[in-house]
Design a protein around this ligand. Sequence first.
Ligand code: SF4
Ligand code: SF4
Length: 56
Amino acid sequence: MAYQISDDCIKCGACAAECPVSAITEGDDKYVIDADACVECGSCEGVCPVGAPAQA
Ligand code: SF4
Ligand code: SF4
């Protein structure tokens, strides 16, 4: 399953910079992952300071 970003996101942008397929974009309240584009590499989970991305 693709990764999803929880409401814990503080919109730092680190995950979007790390995503190899540019699946992460800034949303209104948090960053969001395009589930169709995500290749489940886990990079976003690795760089997030608050542990917001997780596999759904
Ligand atoms: Fe991008 Fe990888 Fe995170 Fe999916 S798991 S959103 S491909 S960084
Ligand atoms: Fe949000 Fe974490 Fe991504 Fe930063 S790295 S924008 S806190 S999900």
